[in-house]
Structure formats: C-alpha cells, structure tokens
Ligand binder design. Structure first.
Ligand code: SF4
Length: 97
C-alpha cells in the first residue's frame, strides 16, 4: 500500500470511529461550535480545555492526527496552523497526536 493510500485508509478508519462515538454522545463542541472554529486564540484555549471532558476525546484526536487536520480545535488541541506556526500544536490534550 502506498503512503497516500495508507493515509486515506487510516483517516477513514479514524473518522468512522469518531462518527460512531458522535452518534452516541453529545460533545461540548456541539453545544457551542463557533468556539472551536471561529474564535480567537483565547477561545481556542478554552475550547481545548473543554475537550478534556469530551466522551470522544481520544477518537477525535486520533482522527485529527490521521487526517492531518490543520484548522480549528480537535481532540483537545489547537491545530490552526496559522496560530501554531504551521504544525506545532498548542493545548494540553494528552492525546497521542
Ligand atoms: S474532543 Fe473533538 S468532539 Fe470532543 S469537544 Fe473536542 S473537538 Fe469536539
């Protein structure tokens, strides 16, 4: 399997796991999504903290890592490449990402 194909398979598998979790739980970001996507740097820090109480924290972080998400807060980490300098992530996720 090529690297690109492996990336797609891993991202699809991680997305399926995340979607399964989201079908069974209400997450903090579902209640105030703009905090995760359209907020300031301070909002992103707050969102990342709120992620720590999310029932799908691990699945979300695994998906973001597999899909190489570069925008918004996922899995307890600010992945916005403009805020984080193009790759380094802030937040205290405790995730493997
Ligand atoms: S861990 Fe993911 S699903 Fe949970 S609140 Fe954070 S961004 Fe939303």
């Amino acid at each position: 399997m090529t690297g690109r194909k492996r990336f797609k398979v891993e991202a699809a598998d991680a997305l399926a796991s995340l979607q399964d979790g989201l079908s069974r739980h209400v997450t903090p970001c579902q209640r105030a999504p703009k905090l995760w996507t359209d907020g300031t740097a301070e909002d992103a820090v707050l969102a990342a903290e709120m992620c720590q109480r999310c029932p799908v924290l691990r699945e979300c972080g695994d998906y973001a890592k597999a899909a190489r998400e570069r925008w918004h807060v996922w899995g307890g980490k600010d992945r916005d490449c403009l805020r984080t300098g193009g790759g380094a992530m802030s937040g205290n996720g405790g995730m493997s990402a």
